[in-house]
Design a protein around this ligand. Structure first.
Ligand SMILES: *[C@@H]1O[C@H](CO)[C@@H](O)[C@H](O)[C@H]1NC(C)=O
Ligand SMILES: *[C@@H]1O[C@H](CO)[C@@H](O)[C@H](O)[C@H]1NC(C)=O
Ligand SMILES: *[C@@H]1O[C@H](CO)[C@@H](O)[C@H](O)[C@H]1NC(C)=O
Length: 423
């Protein structure tokens, strides 16, 4: 058994060396959540743009590795699609909506959480490899670093799961539901996440002990994932209508920036600039990462922005509740084009190595999603750590989803677009 485990570790180590730097294997692209791809728009499109209908809302952001795109849907499936054709390769059925953005390993296997409370590891061909049960629904995206998958649960814990053997290494207690993603420091030693009390936690990757906590204000909360730059700064947005920079080593606040609206998305960072989208102000901000001086802002969407921005050397992509994926020029925020979707675009864009961009739409009635999420929090609170009670509560919440909307067959599309066809 020990010998077998050793072989598996060796395979995993080899496999992880094979992930191309230009793949987009998880939400935010890398464990720093930088959300920056070096891929430029491809000049000669080798195939057609496509749309795949998942049959129900796609809240999670897709991942792209090699020739495969991965997505989750409210109908409980984790989907693997052919990135070139959009053809369905396989679907793995979990026991609840999959709003947890998947993380893909170099061997093509995928890890994602489900509203049934479990975190799944599914092989490149769609077979179950492992499963870890948490005490409540899992909404948070999965981050993978150093052979460990990190994912928050509505049971108010962050889980560190050893991928080899797929078992819980530790879980860290937070003050509230953990729906944010987990950012991991470049040396792998510290992991950062936020909970629904708006508290940012820095945990020791070795044992989950908490090194520091910091508040994003009395009205702070939400699912914004932390973003790390290369200087030891952590950026995060919050429902307190601000974006923040904290010292990642000490937790000391460096600046706060008034976004004039709640921030549910995570920031994106490159070249000394951090980008945040905000809801009520319907604005995307480009901010100097050191000084918080705004460089430009774009307010051209007719509805709230709650998708996280995605960066390339020249472009910024941001999804909007106006049923569009918008593309701006990164240097000055000039609006370049919008791609029309069938519903709100919450999933952020994943950019493949050939410049193709993948995103998804979820719902026409965002209020229903918000009501569901808040009912889920109430269920988590009422059950006070009783996992069976919590999961029964979660099942009751998600089963009374809007059937009419779900049955329309319009929502829950995954889109593959080539920016060079729109510029
Ligand atoms: C994806 O589709 C392309 C074009 O139809 C095909 O050449 C390729 O073999 C497919 N790849 C997989 C993994 O199915
Ligand atoms: C990476 O994982 C290995 C194996 O679990 C562990 O020994 C090592 O300390 C980890 N590295 C960091 C920086 O946490
Ligand atoms: C974080 O704080 C440490 C200790 O005060 C300091 O040395 C470091 O420069 C700070 N980093 C940032 C990004 O402010």
């Amino acid at each position: 058994m020990r010998c077998l485990a050793g072989v598996l570790v060796a395979i995993a180590a080899t496999a992880s060396a094979q992930l191309a730097t230009r793949d987009w294997p998880q939400f935010g692209k890398s464990p720093s959540f930088q959300s920056y791809s070096t891929a430029g728009p491809s000049a000669s499109p080798s195939h057609s743009e496509w749309t795949f209908n998942a049959g129900d809302r796609v809240v999670a952001s897709p991942a792209v590795v090699g020739d495969m795109v991965y997505a989750g849907s409210d109908n409980g499936n984790i989907f693997a699609l052919n990135a070139t054709s959009g053809a369905l390769l396989w679907a793995y059925a979990t026991g609840g909506p999959v709003r947890s953005s998947p993380a893909v390993l170099a061997d093509g296997s995928v890890i994602a959480g489900s509203y049934d409370g479990a975190v799944y590891h599914v092989s490149a061909t769609g077979a179950l490899l492992g499963k870890v049960q948490t005490g409540m629904s899992v909404y948070a995206p999965v981050s993978v670093a150093n052979g460990t998958a990190y994912v928050g649960s509505m049971d108010k814990h962050l889980y560190a799961i050893t991928i080899d053997g797929f078992s819980t290494k530790w879980s860290a207690q937070a003050t509230n539901v953990v729906n944010s993603g987990t950012a991991v420091s470049a040396d792998g030693s510290t992991v950062y996440f936020m909970d629904y009390s708006g508290i940012v936690h820095a945990a020791n990757a070795a044992d989950g002990s908490i090194a520091w906590t910091a508040s994003t204000g009395p009205n702070g909360a939400g699912g914004s994932s932390p973003v790390l730059d290369n200087r030891g700064t952590l950026f995060i947005g919050s429902w307190s209508e601000h974006a923040f920079a904290f010292n990642a080593t000490t937790g000391a606040q460096i600046w706060s920036f008034d976004t004039q609206g709640e921030v549910e998305s995570h920031g994106a960072w490159v070249d000394g600039t951090v980008y945040f989208s905000a809801e009520e102000s319907r604005t995307l901000f480009a901010i100097n990462a050191r000084t918080a001086q705004p460089l430009w802002q774009w307010s051209g969407s007719s509805q709230e922005l709650n998708g996280s921005p995605t960066l390339t050397p020249t472009l910024v992509f941001v999804g909007s509740n106006d049923h569009s994926m918008h593309c701006l020029r990164r240097s000055d925020g000039k609006h370049l084009f919008a791609v029309q979707a069938a519903a709100n675009v919450f999933a952020s864009a994943a950019v493949a190595d050939d410049g193709w961009v993948f995103f998804a739409d979820n719902t026409a009635t965002l209020d229903d999603i918000r009501a569901q999420n808040s009912d889920m929090m109430v269920a988590a609170e009422r059950c006070a750590g009783d996992a069976d009670c919590a999961l029964a509560g979660a099942r009751a919440v998600w089963s009374r989803s809007l059937d009419a909307e779900r049955g329309s067959g319009r929502l829950g599309n995954v889109y593959a677009i080539n920016p060079s066809l729109h510029l």
